[in-house]
Design a binder for this molecule. Structure first.
Ligand SMILES: [Zn+2]
Length: 253
């Protein structure tokens, strides 16, 4: 008897849900659809670099402008609709990315999203604290000298745990060696007036920006290939700082 009443109650509940779904006001659905359309861009409306000739026409300044525009779309929450599977198929025969970005592994700074870029648009290298080593340099040289990218961007970010850990002199496994690559930025930041601890966000930002500058200095010092390409105006090497609070970029000079 009890089982029968539970069964009945269940049937009644399902029927109620079905009825409710059926009678959902259609106008509400429509208004939300319109809202999405207003905030979205079809990827077909964005210029795409599909051939070597397209890529050759780009200049470092044009690429930088495109990344700034992409960040602006991301910051404003304007979505670009992309069919990633279709894009992979389109680029199957080759890739002609515009830039290489060296970013941190931080999960809050997904590089392609931050610049509203899709498949085939960017090379991305990620390592905690966006520091550079031989492998990253080799990757950058491949991206620019071999594959034709026009811009190298080093991307630091707000609240960087790697930078904070370096300030705190954390020692743990292989993290210790990684953090030694950030330490020179702390030395460079001794001019900071105020509390020089990881609790002080202004200091962390100061170190983070100096860390981006150090990485750029090392790219120029340790890669004669990239240095020469920069001198000849074939590429630009720039630094930027990503603000987590409003998703904006500040360029680090
Ligand atoms: Zn980080």
């Amino acid at each position: 008897m009890i089982r029968k009443s539970i069964k009945l109650a269940l049937v009644f509940t399902i029927a109620t849900i079905m009825f409710a779904c059926k009678n959902e006001p259609k106008t509400e659905v429509k208004s939300s659809e319109v809202k999405v359309e207003e905030k979205a861009i079809d990827v077909k409306n964005l210029e795409h670099i599909r051939t070597k000739e397209d890529q050759d026409k780009l200049t470092p300044d044009v690429v930088l402008k495109k990344l700034k525009e992409g960040n602006e779309r991301f910051r404003k929450g304007i979505e670009t609709h992309r069919d990633h599977s279709e894009q992979v198929r389109n680029y199957e025969s080759g890739q002609y990315p515009k830039a290489i970005v060296l970013g941190c592994i931080d999960s809050r700074v997904p590089v392609e999203d931050v610049f509203d870029q899709g498949i085939g648009d960017l090379f991305v290298g990620r390592v905690a604290g966006n520091v550079v080593n031989e492998d990253q340099l080799g990757s950058m040289e491949y991206a620019c000298k071999v594959a034709g990218a026009k811009l190298v961007m080093v991307l630091g970010h707000e609240h960087c745990g790697a930078v904070k850990s370096a300030i705190d002199d954390v020692k743990l496994g292989n993290i210790t060696a990684l953090l030694t690559k950030i330490k020179p930025a702390i030395l460079k930041s001794q001019d900071f007036t105020g509390e020089k601890t990881s609790k002080n966000e202004a200091f962390v930002k100061h170190v983070c920006e100096n860390n981006v500058r150090n990485t750029i200095e090392q790219i120029r010092a340790k890669s004669p290939i990239l240095k020469e390409m920069e001198t000849k105006g074939q590429i630009k090497i720039v630094g930027a700082y990503f603000d987590l609070s409003d998703s904006s970029l500040e360029f680090v000079q």
